[in-house]
Design a protein around this ligand. Structure first.
Ligand code: UDP
Ligand code: MN
Length: 468
């Protein structure tokens, strides 16, 4: 027992989870694990932890889908080994390397359980992981549930508890990110941290879903290759089409977070991920796909294939618009639901543009010749009157500057700007000064000056839509 090293609140939380009582009658589950070139030890650790730490009457079967691995021990050796396990373990082989999305689809199609539980091939389920997931689905079959993902170090295999205070989001580049659970969600749960967290997105590796509901809601986008984007695609789809997505905080499963993958991305990592993300953006994000395209303009050259089947699915399921999702499910999103402009911010006198250069936090915002290519020169002036690029906001904390990029905090304060569309000035409300061109000392960064009405304090906020 190492409970004593946990903060007191975490211990209380665990005890409250331990004393929860779940119904005897729960739906059973198939566990689908896809892998490509997985190590023997991590794969078997996953399988053993499922078998040893789940009540067997709740396990319909374990399905291993081999996505055309090249390692020899994953062939006959594995096949012979799993024959002796206490729960039926079925091995399915993909004829050719297909990626996790199509491999999971194959596993799902072969499953018989009432619920499908997807796991990565390097997990460790903890005691009591399964019952809370299945109980929540029994309560509401349209809820898709994730455990808390504990962290297994890929250096030492040390096991560290994951946090119940973060949930899933994403940024303008459509990278999945963890963010703090906002106060509104804590309030909705009346402070009871053993209740599930409604999460805007999921990490994607580990979740359970009612098998029929998985079908109804359109399984996965089979046009997505190898890895990436499928988790956001499914998250948006679930919310927009009438389901819900939750982190069940009383269920813990460990996952090895690895720095390198034991596999290649045929065609190039960037190409594959951009293609998948384009499919996701084109089908689900409506006009908000501009945020993705404008911050990574090279993406629009990537061919994303045919998405008409997925668009038809969206129509048939009568799914809600992305704006509804932003407003109701993810109001703290990095993508503003309402905004005044999305594009470059150009100085009238010098004709130069704000540029966040290395887009690092805590650095001064720069000013350079406008290139019209989006990327570092894209900012959105939002309805909340922040000037943001992705998750960073223009922030001034002292009179006369400097103007730096800080994580947006939604608290107004030093990140509140008033744009005067007639005078074309950007007035920083707290300091009551105006954004101005660079000084003689440093020609690369804008300054803050008392508002004077000069041309150097005039800015054009452009609306650009690259590639749409
Ligand atoms: N995977 C697969 N085929 C692929 C890529 C990944 O079957 O082409 C499997 C991989 O073995 C793992 C799961 O998909 O079980 C998720 O991939 P990974 O763990 O690399 O993703 P991460 O956890 O890093 O997001
Ligand atoms: Mn993984």
């Amino acid at each position: 027992m190492i409970l004593w090293v946990l903060p007191a609140e975490n211990i209380k939380q665990r005890l409250r989870c331990k004393t929860k009582v779940y119904p005897d009658e729960l739906p059973n589950t198939s566990v689908v694990i896809v892998f490509h070139n997985e190590a023997w030890s991590t794969l078997l650790r996953t399988v053993y932890s499922v078998i040893n730490r789940s009540p067997h009457y709740l396990l319909s079967e374990v399905i291993l889908v081999d996505d055309a691995s090249e390692r020899d021990f994953l062939k006959l050796t594995l096949e012979n080994y799993v024959k002796n396990l206490e729960v039926p373990v079925k091995i399915i082989r993909m004829e050719e390397r297909s990626g996790l999305i199509r491999a999971r689809l194959r596993g799902a199609a072969a499953s018989k359980g009432q619920v499908i539980t997807f796991l990565d091939a390097h997990c460790e389920c903890t005691l009591g992981w399964l019952e809370p997931l299945l109980a929540r689905i029994k309560e509401d079959r349209k809820t898709v549930v994730c455990p808390i993902i504990d962290v297994i170090s890929d250096d030492t295999f040390e096991y560290m508890a994951g946090s119940d205070m973060t949930y899933g989001g994403f940024n303008w580049k459509l990278n999945f990110r963890w963010y703090p659970v906002p106060q509104r969600e804590m309030d909705r749960r009346k402070g009871d941290r053993t209740l599930p967290v409604r999460t805007p997105t999921m990490a994607g590796g580990l979740f359970s879903i009612d098998r029929n509901y998985f079908e109804e809601i359109g399984t996965y986008d089979a046009g997505m290759d190898i890895w990436g984007g499928e988790n956001l695609e499914m998250s948006f789809r679930i919310w927009q089409c009438g389901g819900s997505l939750e982190i069940v905080t009383c269920s813990h499963v460990g996952h090895v977070f690895r720095k390198a993958t034991p596999y290649t991305f045929p065609g190039g990592t960037g190409h594959v991920i951009n293609k998948n993300n384009r499919r996701l953006a084109e089908v689900w994000m409506d006009e908000f796909k501009d945020f993705f395209y404008i911050i990574s303009p090279g993406v629009v050259k990537v061919d994303y294939g045919d998405v008409s089947v997925r668009k038809t699915l969206r129509e048939n399921l009568k799914c809600k618009p992305f704006s509804w999702y932003l407003e109701n499910i993810y109001p703290d999103s990095q993508i503003p639901r309402r905004y005044y402009s999305l594009g470059e911010i150009r100085n009238v006198e010098t004709n130069q543009c704000l540029d966040n250069m290395g887009r690092k936090e805590n650095e001064k915002v720069g000013i350079f010749n406008c290139h019209g290519m989006g990327g570092n020169q894209v900012f959105s002036y939002t309805a909340d009157k922040e000037i943001r690029t992705d998750d960073l906001c223009l922030d001034v904390s002292r009179l006369n500057g400097p103007v730096i990029m800080l994580k947006c905090h939604h608290m107004r304060g030093n990140q509140l700007w008033e744009y005067d569309a007639e005078r074309l000035t950007l007035r920083h409300v707290n300091s009551n000064q105006c954004l101005d061109e660079p000084s003689e000392e440093d020609k690369m960064v804008p300054t803050m000056q008392d508002c004077s009405g000069s041309r150097s304090q005039q800015w054009l906020l452009r609306n650009m839509t690259l590639g749409t």
